[in-house]
Write a protein that binds this ligand. Sequence first.
Ligand code: DGL
Length: 285
Amino acid sequence: MVTTQPIGIFDSGYGGLTVMKEIVKKLPRYDYIYLGDNARAPYGNRSFDTVYRYTLQCVEWFFQQGCPLVILACNTASAKALRTIQQNDLPHIAPDNRVLGVIRPTTEIIGSFTSSRKIGILATNGTVQSGSYLIEIEKFFPDIKVYQEACPMWVPIVENNEHDQPGADYFVKKHVQHIMSADKDIDTLLLACTHYPLLRDKILQFLPAGVNVVSQGEIVANSLEDYLQRHTDLETRCSKNGHRVFYTTDSTEDFDNHASIFFGEPVRSNHVDLDSNIPVADDNY
Ligand code: DGL
């Protein structure tokens, strides 16, 4: 029997842990359950339909665990699946629950980082092709010129723990230099993939001084705090025992070895097989 109502945090793999880290720092009282769909990651090069199906399956799993609120801490899932889930699925499967993404909170505030009004978006192929950042930034800041760069190798580099190795330099340099060559006045680069904060030091090496490199963790945490204050019905449904539970669809050993790099503290995960739909056990809390 489910006895708590944790906030669900989802990513295709480890990247969402960079967001969860900031959320937990900002809002430590709540219970959280993290799911990394590592067995099917990366999502970045997958079709709309596949990302939507995988993400919906994970959202349904979170609801079975008692989560009233799920954060898609994955830009690719936010870009390709969130709207359909919110508009088509939620009204049928759980009308009182909510699913939020990371693109909207980021685009609402991105204007405060740039003076030149020229920014670069670094993201997966899927996020770039969806055009979500272009559409959303245009709504809030029509004066900002946005350049996009797909960096398809960056998630595999990070997922394989090669982010601080010399081999990563080639791919980081290639994309950073390419987007900066599009316009010398770009003064802000958004890391629009939750895996990319681990590449931050390398990105800075190949950038001219003075360019802002913006990660989403803190932005999403601030936005969630504000959302919970404005939605008291939902907020009161979220349990508050300070528990964090981690799930992966792949090997727990691999997850635990990698996850602490993203989360900043040791992680002990549980395995979930989404196809056999194993429910969460009480004693995990
Ligand atoms: N962390 C995901 C994102 O923010 C990575 C996507 C992937 O699995 O390729 O887009």
